[in-house]
Design a protein around this ligand. Structure first.
Ligand code: C2E
Ligand code: MG
Ligand code: MG
Length: 760
C-alpha cells in the first residue's frame, strides 16, 4: 500500500486514484444493499463498511493497476535515459560504491574502443587495464586508479586531461556520488584545446611584437589612467622598469610637470574619444632626462563605445633633433673657430639688407684680412697657426659685441655691423678692431703680432644687394692691402671701376687661352762661363686693346679665376713640344703655379705631355715657388716626388722673397735654387743683398743644390756671383725673354728654317 501511495505521489496518477475510489464505493453499496434491511442503518453501516471495503478493494485495484503502470513508466524512463545517455556529447560511465561499472554510454565505448569488452559490473581496475591494452589510456592504469580513488575518497572531484596517442585530448571529470560511487564524464576537447593553444600562440606573438616594437608603447586604463602595459622601448625611453609603473598613474611615476600634461591629454582623449597627435614637445622622464618626442594617443572602446584603454605611441626624436642641430651648426659654422661660416654670413647679410631696406637704415660690411698669418703658419707650424686663428676669432667677437662675425676663408673674416649711423659706426668698429690687435698674442709660449687690414662697404650707398656690397668691401680690402698692411679703407667708386676692369680682363684672358692667343718667350740660362745650358719658358699675352699684359698681372688673374689650369697645361705642352724639336739638347724650364698642385693630377699631366711631345724627362725642369708647399704640404711633396721619380728636375724659384724657410729646402731634394732677381738688382747699393746672396750660396752648397742667380744684368753682378761660387746665371746679360726664333742658333737651328717652322 505504501508502495502504491509512493507511486501515486511520484507519478501523481489522479486518474488511477479516481477509478479505484469509485470502484470501491460501488462495490460497498452493492454489498450493503444485499445484506442490510433497515435502509437508515444500512446507510450508516453501509457507509462505513463501504468506505472500508471500498478502500481496501479500491486499493487492491489501484495497486494492481499501479504495478502495471509502474512497469510501463519505468521502461519508458529507461528508454529515455538510454536515449539521453547515448545522445550525450560526452562519454559517460557510472560506478557504484564497490567501484563497479553500473552505467555507460555508447560515446564512452567508441571514445576508447572498449565496446567489445565492456560489461556491467566490471571493476574500474579492469576497465583501465583494458583501455591501457587498447592504447587508449596513455598512463599507468594502477597509478591512475590510485590517484582517482584517493581523490574520490576525500570526496573531491577528480579531473584529468588525457592526451591520447592519436592526438585527441579528453577531459575527464569524476564526480563522487552519495552512494560512494562516482559518475565520470569524458569530453573530447581536442578542438577546444587547439583553439586555446592558437589563441595563446597569437597572444604570445602579439606580446612579442609589442615588446619588440622599437617605439615606446604605453597602454593605460581609460577611467583610472593607470598603466596596464609598458613595452621595452617605453622602459628605455622613460628610464624606469615597467614593474614600477604598472598599476600606477603618471602622477605616481612621472615628474609633476610632465605628469600633469600627460593626464590632461589623456582626459581630453577620454572626453572626445578621438585619436590625437601631439607634435614635438619636451617630456621630463623619471630616469632619462628631458626627451623631445611626438606622441599619438588612441582610444580602444568597449561595446558601449566608451574608451576602455588609452594606447600611447611615442616617437622619441631627441637624438635626431640633436644630430639635426649638430648638422645645422656644422653647416653654418667654421669647425676651427666655431664662428659662423660663409653660408651663415650669406644668410645674415640677406636678412640684414631686408630689415635695413624696410627700416630705411644703414649698416657696414667689413672684410678683414690677417696680416702675417702665412708667416706664422710657416715659422711656427700649422698647430700654432690654428690656435692663432681661434684667438683672432675670440678677439674679434669680444670687440664686435652685437655685430655678426664670420670666418669666410683661411685668414679672412667678415663682419656685418648693427644698423646705425654710417659710416661713423663702421669706422669706430674698424678702429677698435685694429687696436685690439696691437698687442702681442702669445700661443704655446710663442709671441707674435698679427695685424688686421680692413676694407669697408656701407649699405645702401656702396651696394643695395649682398653681392655688390661684399664685392665692394673686398675691393676696399684689396686696395688697403696694396697700399699698406694694417690699414683701413672705405670703398670708393674708383675701386669699383678697377674691379670691373679686373673682371673684364679676366674674361679676355679666358678667351685668349681658349683661342690660343698666348705666346711663349724663352729666356736663356748660362753657366758661369757663359755657355747656354737651357731656356726658361715665360708666358706672354698680347691684349688686342691693352697691348702686352705682364705675367705678374695675368698669372694672378688666371690663378684667381681657375684659368691657370688650362693656361699652365698650354705652357707646359707648348714648351715641351718646342724643346723636343731642338737639335741641341738644352733643358727647358717651365713655371708652375701653386694652384696647379691643388687641382687635378699634375704628375699625370706632365707624364702625358712628355709622352705626347717625346721630350726626354731629363730635359724638363719645373720651377715652383714656396707657395706650392704652403697649405697641403704633404700632398705637394708627394706630387713633387712623383715628378722627380719620372726623371724631371725641380727648381725652387724666387728664393729669398717668400718665407725662405729652411724646412722647405730640407723637405725635398730640389735640383736647383733660383735666387730672386731683387737681390741681384740691389747688389750694387745694398750690403744686405750681398750678404743674403752669400748665405744662400753657402746654404745650397751645404745641401748640395746648385744655385742660379736671376736678373743678372751687368758684368759686375756676374763677377760677384762667380767669386761667391754661384753655379749659373739668368738675366738680360745672358739674354732677354724672346721668341724662340731669336735663339734659333743657340738651339741648333738655321735661322731661316727656324722661322718657317715657327710660322708653321
Ligand atoms: P720668374 O719665373 O721668376 O721669371 C723670371 C722673371 O724675371 C721674368 O719676368 C723675367 O723676364 C724676369 N727677368 C729675368 N732676368 C731679368 C733681368 O735681368 N732684368 C729684369 N728686369 N727682369 C729679368 P716675367 O717674364 O715678367 O715673369 C714674371 C713672373 O711671371 C715669372 O717669374 C713667373 O713667376 C711668372 N710667369 C711667367 N710665365 C709663367 C708661366 O708660364 N706660368 C706661371 N705659373 N708663371 C709664369
Ligand atoms: Mg721662373
Ligand atoms: Mg724667378
Amino acid at each position: 500500500m505504501i508502495q502504491t501511495l509512493a507511486y501515486l505521489v511520484k507519478f501523481r496518477d489522479w486518474q488511477c486514484l479516481g477509478i479505484g475510489a469509485a470502484a470501491g464505493l460501488l462495490l460497498a453499496l452493492g454489498v450493503l444493499h444485499m445484506t442490510v434491511a433497515d435502509p437508515a442503518f444500512a446507510l450508516t453501516a453501509a457507509g462505513l463498511l463501504a468506505l472500508g471495503v471500498g478502500t481496501v478493494l479500491g486499493m487492491a485495484v489501484v495497486f494492481s493497476y499501479c504495478a502495471l503502470r509502474v512497469i510501463r513508466k519505468l521502461s519508458e524512463q529507461n528508454i529515455r535515459r538510454d536515449f539521453a545517455l547515448n545522445n550525450m556529447a560526452q562519454g559517460l560511465c557510472m560506478f557504484d560504491g564497490q567501484h563497479r561499472l553500473v552505467v555507460w554510454n555508447k560515446n564512452y565505448e567508441t571514445m576508447y574502443g572498449v565496446g567489445s569488452m565492456i560489461r556491467r559490473g566490471c571493476s574500474i581496475g579492469d576497465l583501465l587495464m583494458a583501455r591501457h591494452a587498447l592504447g587508449t589510456l596513455p598512463r599507468d592504469p594502477k597509478v591512475y586508479e590510485t590517484e582517482l580513488r584517493a581523490a574520490l575518497g576525500r570526496g573531491e572531484i577528480f579531473t584529468v586531461d588525457v592526451e591520447m596517442p592519436d592526438g585527441r585530448i579528453i577531459a575527464v571529470i569524476n564526480q563522487p556520488t552519495s552512494e560512494g560511487g562516482w559518475v565520470a564524464t569524458h569530453e573530447d576537447i581536442t578542438e577546444r584545446k587547439r583553439a586555446e593553444r592558437e589563441l595563446d600562440n597569437t597572444r604570445a606573438f602579439l606580446d612579442s611584437i609589442v615588446e619588440n616594437v622599437p617605439s615606446p608603447i604605453i597602454v593605460k586604463d581609460a577611467s583610472a589612467l593607470t598603466y596596464l602595459l609598458v613595452n621595452r622601448a617605453a622602459e628605455e625611453y622613460l628610464g624606469i622598469s615597467r614593474a614600477t609603473m604598472l598599476g600606477k598613474t603618471p602622477l605616481d611615476v612621472m615628474p609633476k610637470i610632465s605628469a600633469d600634461e600627460i593626464m590632461a591629454e589623456d582626459r581630453k582623449l577620454v572626453d572626445c574619444g578621438e585619436i590625437s597627435f601631439r607634435g614635438e614637445h619636451g617630456v621630463q622622464t623619471p630616469g632619462n632626462g628631458t626627451r623631445i618626442v611626438t606622441s599619438t594617443r588612441l582610444p580602444i572602446k568597449n561595446a558601449a563605445g566608451e574608451p576602455k584603454y588609452i594606447i600611447s605611441v611615442v616617437d622619441d626624436v631627441t637624438e635626431r633633433k640633436r644630430s639635426e642641430q649638430r648638422i645645422a651648426h656644422l653647416a653654418h659654422h667654421d669647425q676651427m673657430t666655431d664662428l659662423p661660416n660663409r653660408v651663415a654670413f650669406n644668410e645674415c647679410i640677406d636678412a640684414t639688407i631686408d630689415l635695413a631696406a624696410i627700416a630705411n637704415e644703414s649698416f657696414g660690411v667689413l672684410c678683414i684680412d690677417l696680416d702675417r698669418f702665412k708667416a706664422v703658419n710657416d715659422v711656427f707650424g700649422h698647430a700654432v697657426g690654428d690656435s692663432l686663428l681661434r684667438e683672432v676669432a675670440r678677439r674679434l667677437e669680444q670687440v664686435c659685441q652685437g655685430a655678426f662675425v664670420a670666418r669666410v676663408g683661411g685668414d679672412e673674416f667678415t663682419i656685418i655691423t648693427p644698423t646705425a649711423q654710417q659710416p661713423r659706426a663702421a669706422e669706430a668698429l674698424a678702429e677698435r678692431l685694429a687696436a685690439a690687435f696691437e698687442e702681442d698674442i702669445t700661443i704655446d709660449s710663442h709671441q707674435m703680432r698679427v695685424g688686421l687690414t680692413i676694407g669697408v662697404a656701407i649699405y645702401p650707398q656702396d651696394g643695395a644687394d649682398a653681392a655688390t656690397l661684399v664685392a665692394n668691401a673686398d675691393a676696399a680690402l684689396f686696395r688697403a692691402k696694396s697700399e699698406a698692411r694694417g690699414s683701413i679703407r672705405f670703398f670708393e667708386m674708383a675701386m669699383d671701376q678697377q674691379l670691373r676692369e679686373k673682371r673684364a680682363l679676366q674674361q679676355d684672358l679666358r678667351k685668349a687661352v681658349e683661342q690660343n692667343e698666348l705666346a711663349l718667350h724663352y729666356m736663356p740660362q748660362a753657366d758661369m762661363d757663359g755657355r747656354i745650358t737651357g731656356f726658361e719658358a715665360l708666358a706672354r699675352w698680347h691684349h688686342p686693346r691693352h697691348g702686352l699684359v705682364p705675367p705678374d698681372v695675368f698669372i694672378p688673374l688666371a690663378e684667381e679665376s681657375g684659368i691657370i689650369g688650362a693656361l699652365g697645361e698650354w705652357v707646359l705642352r707648348t714648351a715641351c713640344h718646342e724643346a723636343a724639336s731642338w737639335p741641341n739638347k738644352l733643358h727647358i724650364a717651365v713655371n708652375l703655379s701653386p694652384v696647379q698642385f691643388q687641382h687635378g693630377d699634375l704628375p699625370s699631366l706632365v707624364h702625358q705631355v712628355l709622352l705626347d711631345t717625346g721630350l726626354s724627362p731629363a730635359r724638363l725642369e719645373l720651377e715652383i715657388t714656396e707657395g706650392v708647399l704652403i697649405g697641403d704640404f704633404t700632398g705637394a711633396v708627394a706630387m713633387l716626388r712623383r715628378l722627380k721619380n719620372m726623371g724631371v728636375r725641380v727648381a725652387m724659384d724666387d728664393f729669398g722673397t717668400g718665407y725662405s724657410s729652411l724646412s722647405y729646402l730640407q723637405s725635398f731634394p730640389f735640383d736647383k735654387i733660383k735666387i730672386d732677381r731683387a737681390f741681384v738688382a740691389n747688389l750694387s747699393h745694398s750690403q744686405q743683398s750681398a750678404t743674403i746672396i752669400r748665405a744662400v750660396i753657402a746654404l745650397s752648397r751645404g745641401l748640395n743644390m746648385p744655385v742660379v742667380a736671376e736678373g743678372v744684368e751687368t758684368e759686375a753682378q756676374r763677377a760677384f756671383l762667380a767669386a761667391e761660387g754661384c753655379d749659373a746665371i739668368q738675366g738680360y746679360l745672358v739674354g732677354r725673354p724672346m721668341p724662340i726664333e731669336d735663339y734659333a742658333k743657340l738651339v741648333g737651328r738655321k735661322p731661316a728654317h727656324v722661322s718657317l717652322v715657327a710660322r708653321g
